[in-house]
Design a protein around this ligand. Structure first.
Ligand code: C2E
Ligand code: MG
Ligand code: MG
Ligand code: MG
Length: 282
């Protein structure tokens, strides 16, 4: 025991650990600074239906740091969640996406698009969350029917009763609820039926090898079936090839998101993309 404690004490002064802690502290300071300097942007990834129409976009955060370059979410979202910075960042993302919705609503080509915004557990469970959503909708004038919130399974297991109540409140506002990364979490099938969801989002880890891994294919197909039984829509994320899309279509999944269509794009590029696809149709 003493020995173990001794080792732990030693570890505390481990220069490698020290370096990690220093880098983390630096990243946190940079992120706070970057947030103040308005270095965060949203990119939009098209969601496409089986007839080739863009039906919506997922808003994804990027951090454009003057020296680090474009920092991706996996490098700063977990830190933002740990430090609580995700609360202002998440509110900003919601507001920017709603402002974008309003811009798009004014152009015939983009008027019917929906926008999906990712919501962290910490954000969702914050007592002010629903009121903040209402405030953002009021402030921006965005149509709640065009707004979707992407929740993850981890977020839903916390306190079932209050979670469902909160989801119901959001649904009553008219907002759509999508279950992101579906299949990677711990949600039991029995409670899935009591959640007021609109959509399941098949995680990209099942799509990647869907053509070569029989287990992944089985899981993807099971999620599609489940969505039908539960009366939910389903979307596959991480669709990279035409063959993957064809497989998904043949198993009843009719909405896709992935590099096959486009990566997440700056808002201006996104609009061009929608335009180009419409032109290609004619
Ligand atoms: P997610 O919500 O599951 O988003 C999908 C991720 O898959 C995005 O990564 C997207 O760029 C990537 N992706 C899309 N199509 C493909 C494809 O065909 N192949 C591959 N390999 N990847 C594809 P990104 O933008 O790096 O975001 C990663 C995660 O960070 C998101 O996963 C989400 O959990 C989180 N995140 C991003 N923006 C926000 C935000 O505004 N708020 C919160 N709370 N989380 C966010
Ligand atoms: Mg998402
Ligand atoms: Mg996902
Ligand atoms: Mg993911």
């Amino acid at each position: 025991r003493a020995k173990a404690a001794g080792r732990n004490t030693m570890r505390f002064f481990d220069p490698e650990m020290q370096a990690v802690a220093t880098a983390r502290a630096k990243l946190e300071a940079d992120l706070r600074q970057g947030w103040q300097n308005k270095e965060l942007v949203l990119h939009y990834q098209p969601q496409v239906s089986s007839d080739g129409q863009v039906v919506g976009a997922e808003a994804l955060m990027r951090w454009q740091h003057p020296e680090r370059g474009m920092v991706m979410p996996h490098e700063f979202v977990p830190l933002a969640e740990e430090t609580g910075l995700i609360l202002p960042l998440g509110r900003w993302a919601l507001q920017s996406a709603c402002m974008q919705l309003v811009v798009w609503s004014k152009h015939p080509e983009t008027a019917r698009l929906s926008v999906a915004v990712n919501v962290s557990a910490r954000q969702f469970h914050h007592p002010d969350f629903v009121q903040e959503v209402l405030d953002v909708l009021k402030y921006t004038g965005a149509d709640p029917k065009r707004l979707k919130l992407e929740l993850t399974e981890g977020l839903l297991v916390e306190d079932m009763e209050s979670t469902v109540a909160r989801m119901v409140e959001l649904k009553q506002i008219g907002i759509g609820l999508s279950l992101d990364d579906f299949g990677t979490g711990y949600s039991s099938l029995s409670y899935l039926k009591s959640l007021p969801l609109d959509q399941l989002k098949i995680d990209q880890s099942f799509i990647r090898d869907v053509l070569v891994d029989a287990n992944d294919a089985a899981i993807a197909c099971a999620i599609v079936s489940l969505s039908k039984i539960l009366g939910l829509s389903v979307i596959a994320e991480g669709v990279e090839t035409e063959a993957q899309r064809a497989f998904l279509l043949s198993h009843g999944c009719k909405t896709y998101q992935g590099f096959l269509y486009a990566p997440p794009l700056p808002a201006e590029r996104f609009r061009e993309y929608v335009h180009e696809r419409l032109m290609a149709e004619h």
